[in-house]
Design a protein around this ligand. Structure first.
Ligand code: SF4
Ligand code: FES
Length: 385
């Protein structure tokens, strides 16, 4: 089969962030990856991506607004003919930067908010006041004429507020509301006991989202996808490994998936030393789980293998210690009991304490820390966050 070309590039411009969400998609040991690509390097990455066939560039972080060169990077992407989208926590977004991004040609803006209740939203973002700034960012974005998406990661500690969340997005004039149930990899997996909802919560939220979708048809698009723990079969994570998506991380590592750094033993090439084309077509990391030939049983003989590609590689590794295993979310997977057990525990819902995504926790939990092994002072790393 001919290798497909990537369609979408995720540019994780920085791992620095003023917020500390306990379900962050950055790697657990993000604090060791401090050597960010320069403006010129990002411009080269974008040009190579466009030449490779990419049509969309998504800028995220960390907090991408911490990069002073963001307007320049966005402008370069637009000059290359790419559709551009920015995901921001919103706390650093004001009229001035919004205007500069508008002038640079930014197509759409996504503001993440943790909950419709200020107190809970601030708590989930790490404690410092951020809710009002986020709402203000959304208002400014609308005022400047951006197409606005509000993104809310859903979990046990905010799911019951889903009606209020929808109403908040409606009042903010969002064109789109992404109700993204937390994916339990990385930080969210560390916090799973406190974040995994009960089945009643998930089903109620689905009903509310469905009714709102009908009521708001034509005014606000609502995206609500069931968390995969509650499904019979896994989702086609990434639409298949190395088929559509490519991520370039803050330090230039080129990843098939933004969470792929959690897969121990997988080596990633860096955009500094290789072209994206070479990495996409030839690197071990991109080839490893591409297609379906590598799939184990029961996937290999399963009629759904071209639909879900055996599920999520990161989830398979993080739950079973084997990235080639069938995603345990699948009801046919040999290790499906791991999901069933987590769901039983979630019904009791006892745990509420969260591990926040701080540089201190990153250094504490991330076991394999070359920076520390090389004798670099933790304080030096922490100063950068
Ligand atoms: Fe998908 Fe594999 Fe489960 Fe079949 S057995 S549904 S291919 S994960
Ligand atoms: Fe990495 Fe699914 S999150 S493959």
């Amino acid at each position: 089969m001919e290798t497909p070309r990537p369609y979408s590039l995720l540019c994780e411009l920085t791992y620095r962030c003023p917020l500390q969400c306990p379900y962050c998609s950055n790697p657990i040991n993000f604090a060791r990856h401090t050597d960010e690509l320069t403006t010129a390097e990002w411009e080269r990455v974008l040009a190579e991506a466009a030449a490779l066939g990419v049509v969309q560039a998504h800028f995220s972080g960390g907090e991408p607004l911490l990069r002073a060169d963001l307007p320049q990077i966005v402008r370069r992407a637009r000059d290359l003919g790419l559709y551009t989208n920015l995901s921001t926590g919103g706390t650093l977004f004001d009229e001035k930067i919004g205007t500069r991004l508008r002038e640079a040609g930014l197509d759409s803006l996504q503001v993440s908010i943790q909950d419709a209740c200020a107190e809970n939203s601030d708590r989930l973002a790490g404690g410092a006041p951020s809710f009002d700034k986020k709402k203000r960012a959304a208002e400014i974005a609308k005022h400047l004429g951006f197409s606005l998406t509000i993104n809310v990661v859903l979990h046990r500690q905010n799911l019951d507020n889903i009606e209020a969340i929808i109403s908040m997005a409606e009042k903010l004039g969002a064109e789109r509301l992404e109700l993204a149930n937390s994916q339990y990899n990385g930080w969210a997996l560390k916090n799973r006991a406190a974040l995994l909802p009960s089945r009643a919560q998930v089903e109620n939220a689905a009903r509310v989202a469905d009714a709102a979708r009908q009521r708001l048809a034509g005014r606000m698009e609502i995206l609500y996808v069931l968390p995969d723990y509650f499904e019979q079969f896994p989702k086609p994570c990434l639409n298949g490994w190395g088929r559509v998506f490519m991520t370039v991380a803050a330090d230039g590592s080129v990843l098939p998936c933004q969470t792929a750094r959690e897969i121990r033993g997988l080596q990633f090439e860096n955009a500094r030393g290789n072209s994206l084309e070479k990495i996409w077509f030839e690197s071990e990391a991109f080839q490893k789980f591409r297609g379906t030939d590598w799939l184990p049983e029961p996937c290999q003989s399963c009629p759904r293998k071209e639909i879900d590609f055996g599920g999520c590689r990161c989830q398979a590794f993080l739950l079973t210690d084997d990235a080639t295993a069938t995603d345990p979310v699948c009801s046919l997977a040999p290790k499906h009991h791991l999901i069933a057990e987590a769901l039983v525990a979630a019904e009791s819902g006892a745990e509420t304490d969260l591990i926040y995504r701080t540089a201190v926790e990153s250094l504490r939990i991330g076991k394999n820390l070359p920076a520390l092994q090389r004798g670099i002072e933790p304080a030096k790393i922490l100063n950068q966050y």
